[in-house]
Design a protein. Structure first.
Length: 395
């Protein structure tokens, strides 16, 4: 089966989550991703739990469809081999601190001399073009500095990190978009280029209306729980046996909601007549709706409101969404057969193209699983040369 990125070779120097998310997306789309790891050690995330037969499930979840080549870039011979591989590559990816690759003479300025068409993508917390290049950064740092934690959580609670590592995941996805755009640019001009992705930039870019609300009105967005600054009712409500969310995005839906709960008199209530008025009076509106929802089971609420076309849903726990019929129908939970861990189920790619299938995936590689294959098939190394590199601990 032909895939969109067939024939594209990526040399992946990334680790943990941000750039590995990007290279997994590229691999899912057909790119040959060669993950270059430290001999005997590998990616740090190989040591993140939970573990299955000694293999990290964390690592497996973001490194499918890739090859693993061990290569010691601190040794001159290791750097020479990498530079040879660059001649046969389309993309180089990394998420080290700025200047790390420059110290190894493996930064974009050096690699483009070897291959002018190379596309070099980097992710770091603050970006390579930055006043704060060298400060270390993890997802929680980017979420905090980027402003996301200040608007996440409830007013009487502390600033809250979003439950998944969205700074890593957003920056990885933006890197994917950048690489695809750079590949298209190269198709047109024949030129490669560098891509500089900042985790903080990525968080700032997804703050939605909090930015424009401040620039236009001076209002500093604050924590408002699950409600919305511009829509009401739009919130999580306690049910008798759990939680539901109700999202009323316009006046037509408000009328349907009132009719569904047999409160037609609220349709023309002066405090709730328009979305703007409902937003201004959302506190008492939410209290009224909570009084109604907490007396009913979640499923009953969903069935009742859905019947009239009102956007409503139960708040799923992980065990429930894993077994959701639509998740199963869309094959979003996919099984891979790992050589050590055995059968492992992971989240599938959400990118659905009508001409390709996401149904067959290769498991994440064992450390150095493809070292000999890559050196032999791409660079033409002999068994004797490979054995010598092993003895020298270059691979």
């Amino acid at each position: 089966m032909v895939k969109p990125l067939d024939g594209i070779r990526v040399l992946d120097l990334s680790h943990v989550l941000a750039m590995p998310t990007c290279t997994m997306q590229l691999a899912d789309l057909g790119a040959e991703v060669i993950k270059i790891e430290k001999p005997e050690i590998g990616d740090d995330s190989r040591y993140f739990g939970p573990f299955i037969n000694g293999e990290s499930a964390y690592f497996m979840s973001v490194n499918r469809n890739k090859k693993s080549l061990t290569l010691d870039l601190k040794q001159e011979r290791g750097r020479e081999i990498f530079k040879e591989l660059v001649k046969f590559a389309d993309v180089v990816t990394e998420n080290y601190r700025p200047n790390t690759m420059k110290k190894l003479s493996l930064d974009y300025d050096n690699l483009k001399k070897i291959n002018p068409k190379i596309i070099y993508a980097s992710i770091c917390c603050f970006g390579h073009y930055s006043i704060d290049q060298q400060s270390p950064g993890y997802d929680i740092i980017a979420q905090a500095i980027g402003g996301l934690m200040s608007i996440t959580g409830y007013p009487d609670g502390p600033p809250t990190r979003v439950g998944s590592s969205v700074a890593d995941i957003f920056s990885g996805t933006f890197a994917t978009v950048g690489i695809l755009a750079a590949l298209r640019y190269r198709d047109i001009t024949g030129e490669g280029q560098s891509i500089d992705i900042s985790m903080v930039d990525s968080i700032f870019a997804v703050l939605e209306n909090a930015v424009v609300r401040y620039t236009l009105t001076g209002e500093v967005a604050s924590r408002i729980g699950s409600s919305h600054t511009s829509l009401a009712p739009y919130n999580a409500f306690k049910a008798k046996d759990g939680w539901v969310v109700i999202g009323i995005g316009n006046d037509s839906l408000w009328k349907k909601f009132c009719t569904a709960i047999n409160k037609e008199e609220l349709i023309s209530h002066p405090l709730y007549l328009t979305n703007d008025k409902r937003s201004r009076n959302c506190k008492q509106l939410n209290e009224f709706i909570t009084a109604w929802t907490k007396e009913r089971p979640a499923k009953e609420i969903v069935e009742l409101l859905s019947k009239d076309g009102v956007p409503v849903a139960e708040v799923n726990t992980i065990d429930k969404i894993i077994n959701d019929p639509n998740i199963r129908l869309r094959n979003m939970l996919i099984e891979m057969n790992h050589p050590k861990a055995g059968k492992v189920k992971v989240a599938n790619s959400p990118i659905r193209l009508s001409k390709i299938s996401n149904d067959n995936i290769q498991p994440s590689p064992l450390l150095g699983e493809h070292t000999e294959e890559v050196l032999r098939e791409i660079l033409g190394f002999s068994p004797e040369e490979i054995e010598k590199l092993k003895m020298q601990k270059v691979i």
